[in-house]
Design a protein around this ligand. Structure first.
Ligand SMILES: Cc1cc2nc3c(=O)[nH]c(=O)nc-3n(C[C@H](O)[C@H](O)[C@H](O)COP(=O)(O)OP(=O)(O)OC[C@H]3O[C@@H](n4cnc5c(N)ncnc54)[C@H](O)[C@@H]3O)c2cc1C
Length: 345
């Protein structure tokens, strides 16, 4: 039977789009080359607008630790801000994957092909939801940022005082994220610069940042240490003929924004509208605009992080800037990066 849509990749973007399309009566083949849900290098934080978008598509949410906001720690001092419109979630990627596949299985009209790489099947529309190394980047080129970065993530038992916030610690080698992950473990992710990259960078930062050292009784990794590099991807065009890219395949901001999955889920309804309406152009505009805001936010945070001591002084002197960054991060406000940067520096 000829299907309407072939979706390549059942990560957050592809699985959520399959749910949305299936619910609208569209016949979908969903290809996923992995045989079973698995972990992926990720900070695992889902920002509030991503929580809202996922809930709107799936009708429910995975059970996962709730976070009320962000806490930035720079040079031994900290500022924090709560998300203004509801909490975020921290969802282990293997659990999110399993939960999404369960939801997909409950939707009629979606044929899930686990353990199967995509082969063209004659579908009317093809969706590339296959991540930063999308096979469709041969057709719609993608570009890596000039500043190369490497991401590491794992789950750690032994860190005390992990509560209902995502904590971001800045360090000359990069940033380290600590967030609750359930059952007494913490998600720990390090985003490091390639030029100073060290394999032991994540544990090094846990030991080198005074507050984390003081809160860490021992470092027991409860899941494998996973890596991803290079971070970030710009994709100037995300549609071509019957092809549409979504999720990281359509461009990935630096993970310092924490926006990757939220942007994937927020793209699902515009993508489904485009496919059902038979015209992909409005989707492209929406997705590129989201990507630009996120990219700018990423560049801004990294510039602030690079001038560590000055940034610390400024953020601590003007804590009102932190809610502004949070607003941008949760997509409430478009960012005028130049103005904000002048204010910060
Ligand atoms: C270190 C790090 C930290 C991050 N932290 C955060 C964070 O805190 N919050 C956040 O929101 N985002 C974060 N991100 C980004 C987030 O991981 C991505 O935005 C998200 O995974 C994108 O989902 P996706 O579905 O587009 O792609 P992916 O999750 O990459 O899924 C793509 C899927 O496609 C499958 N696939 C690939 N090729 C094929 C093929 N040929 N045939 C069939 N299947 C195929 C893969 O197996 C995979 O399952 C982080 C990323 C990194 C690297």
């Amino acid at each position: 039977m000829v299907v309407d849509v072939a979706i390549v990749g059942a990560g957050p973007a592809g699985a959520a789009l399959a749910i949305e399309l299936g619910q609208r009566g569209v016949r979908v083949n969903l290809y996923e080359k992995a045989r079973a849900p698995r972990l992926k290098a990720c900070g695992e934080g889902l920002l509030p607008h991503g929580v809202a978008a996922l809930s709107a598509t799936a009708g429910s949410l995975p059970v996962a630790p709730v976070v009320r906001g962000l806490r930035f720690v720079v040079g031994g001092r900290s500022v924090e801000a709560d998300f203004p419109e509801g909490p975020g979630l921290v969802v282990r990627r293997d659990r999110l994957h399993a939960w999404l596949l369960d939801r997909v299985a409950a939707v009629p009209g979606v044929d899930v092909r686990l353990g199967r790489s995509y082969v063209p099947d004659g579908a009317r529309w093809v969706v590339g939801a296959d991540g930063t190394r999308s096979l469709f980047h041969r057709r719609l080129p993608a570009y890596r940022p000039a500043v190369r970065r490497v991401g590491l993530s794992t789950h750690v038992a032994g860190i005390e005082g992990v509560r209902d916030q995502v904590e971001v610690f800045f360090h000359p080698l990069g940033e380290i994220y600590v967030a609750p992950s359930g059952t007494g473990e913490a998600l720990v992710a390090a985003l490091l610069y390639q030029r100073t990259f060290r394999r032991d960078g994540l544990t090094l930062l846990l030991r080198d940042i005074p507050e984390l050292r003081a809160r860490t009784t021992h470092i027991e990794m409860t899941t494998p240490l996973l890596a991803a590099a290079p971070l970030g991807l710009r994709v100037p065009r995300v549609i071509d003929g019957n092809l549409l890219l979504i999720g990281d395949a359509a461009g990935a901001p630096d993970p310092v924004t924490g926006d990757g999955m939220a942007m994937a889920f927020a793209s699902v309804k515009p993508a489904a509208d485009a496919i059902v309406g038979g015209d992909l152009r409005a989707y492209e505009q929406t997705r590129l605009a989201m990507g630009r805001t996120s990219e700018r936010l990423g560049r801004l945070i990294l510039r602030i992080a690079r001038v560590d001591a000055r940034a610390a002084r400024t953020l601590l002197g003007r804590p009102s800037l932190v809610p502004t960054l949070v607003d941008v991060a949760i997509a409430r406000r478009a960012l005028n990066a130049a103005t904000l940067l002048r204010a910060v520096l």
